[in-house]
Design a protein. Structure first.
Length: 268
């Protein structure tokens, strides 16, 4: 639907691009003419993804833990020496685990906040300092989650993603003077590799939640990638600081306490 050369001569960084939503985003950018760097922690799956994605265009990958500022600086230096510039950053890497709030350990809380809030900030800051501010140009898309009515059953990620939504508003205003445009996309429940990481007993809950969705389905990774293409392209050039919900209206309707109630049920 988009023009094939929409992102010609653009270089894109997709964190967490080796799997699921990030992989679909990287693939669409390649199909629309961009060159793409993907970055995540595990080397073997990263290399496999780079080989597969290279069928669609120029793709390379670097191992990087977004919780580690030294890793992020090294990543920026790699991109600078290989590509000289970065045009678009997609902060997609992240992860969390389901637990009632009273059972989240100090380490568990910190791990999710570090990954989903701090990681997004430090990658954005580094890429802005190395590329976007000197270039006076850049686009950032933060992938968050459906936190519209809170996130019972995953308090840590709800708090982290709310932080990212607020950061999206703040940074888009502060960095407007550098022509850096920043928006967020909040996926609802997306049928992706990320969903497979949840324990088997939760699968029944997911089936029920899928049936209850007003559009009668979970989202696809392509649903999210399509929206990323729009918010990264000149088609959205007058849009900044917003969070776009890509969730089949999950943020408006449905039982928000469902996950939490299932978790509490396990504890009885
Ligand atoms: N699927 C959904 O229903 C859904 C809904 C809302 C939001 N989200 C969010 O959307 C994003 C993508 O989700 P997904 O479903 O595609 O999940 P996924 O397949 O588990 O993808 C997560 C990716 O992030 C990378 N990653 C995680 N922690 C990292 C770190 N510290 N440093 C660098 N890379 C890291 C992982 O690679 P390594 O393990 O190799 O590092 C992996 O490639 C995540 O932030 C997720 O929480 C997903």
């Amino acid at each position: 639907m988009y023009q094939k050369d929409l992102f010609k001569n653009k270089h894109v960084l997709v964190t967490g691009g080796r799997s699921g939503i990030g992989y679909a985003i990287a693939k669409q950018f390649l199909q629309l003419g961009a060159s793409v760097t993907i970055a995540s922690r595990k080397k073997d799956p990263l290399e496999k993804a780079v080989i597969e994605l290279s069928a669609f265009g120029e793709c390379n990958g670097y191992s990087c833990d977004i919780r580690n500022v030294e890793d992020i600086e090294i990543l920026a230096n790699h991109i600078k020496s290989e590509h000289r510039k970065l045009d678009i950053l997609i902060n997609n890497a992240g992860g969390q685990f389901p637990a009632p709030a009273e059972l989240i350990s100090t380490n568990g809380w910190s791990a999710v906040i570090n990954n989903n809030l701090n990681g997004t900030f430090f990658v954005s800051q580094q890429m802005a300092k190395t590329f976007f501010i000197p270039q006076r140009n850049g686009t950032i898309i933060n992938i968050t989650a459906n936190i519209f009515r809170g996130f019972p059953g995953m308090a840590h990620t709800g708090a982290a993603r709310a932080g990212v939504e607020n950061l999206t508003k703040t940074l888009s205003q502060e960095w407007a003077e550098y022509n850096i445009r920043i928006n967020a996309i909040a996926p609802g429940t997306i049928a992706s590799s990320g969903l497979d990481t949840y324990p088997a007993p939760l699968k029944k809950f997911f089936t029920q939640a899928q049936e209850e969705n007003l559009m009668n389905r979970f989202g696809t990774v392509e649903d999210v990638a399509n929206s990323v293409m729009f918010l990264s392209s000149p088609l959205s050039s007058y849009i900044g600081g917003v969070t776009l919900y890509v969730d089949g209206m999950e943020h408006l309707a449905g039982d928000r306490m469902g996950l939490y109630n299932v978790l509490k049920g396990f504890m009885k």
